[in-house]
Design a protein. Structure first.
Length: 117
């Protein structure tokens, strides 16, 4: 099983980034997918999620209107579009897969997003 995040980097405040999480080794379409983040010295927190199958998206209240989550089941990939980025969005962003059906969950290793001028 692999979950590989990409798309992180350094961006100026107000900028945008699109994170990708490419997966393999499990039945992607049967798993709910989520993005979490962990800033230095803070606990990991939920950012956005999308249900299995056709995918019903959900975004944390604090990020509504700025972040969008989507999935492409044909590519086994989930995305996080982040707009109007703020310095407080600086964190390592992690991809998470979970399935009640298969009683399994998996984490990626994360991608660093730094928002700074």
């Amino acid at each position: 099983v692999q979950l590989v995040e990409s798309g992180g980097g350094l961006v100026q405040p107000g900028g945008s980034l699109r994170l990708s999480c490419a997966t393999s080794g499990f039945t992607f379409s049967s798993y709910a997918m989520s993005w979490y983040r962990q800033a230095p010295g803070k606990e990991r927190e939920y950012v956005a999620g999308i249900t299995s199958g056709a995918g019903r998206p959900d975004v944390a209240d604090s990020e509504k209107g700025r972040f969008t989550i989507s999935r492409d089941n044909a590519k086994n990939t989930v995305y996080l579009q982040m707009n109007s980025l703020k310095p407080e969005d600086t964190a390592v962003y992690y991809c998470h897969a979970v399935s009640d059906l298969f009683d399994a969950d998996y984490w990626g290793k994360g991608t660093l997003v730094t928002v700074s001028s």
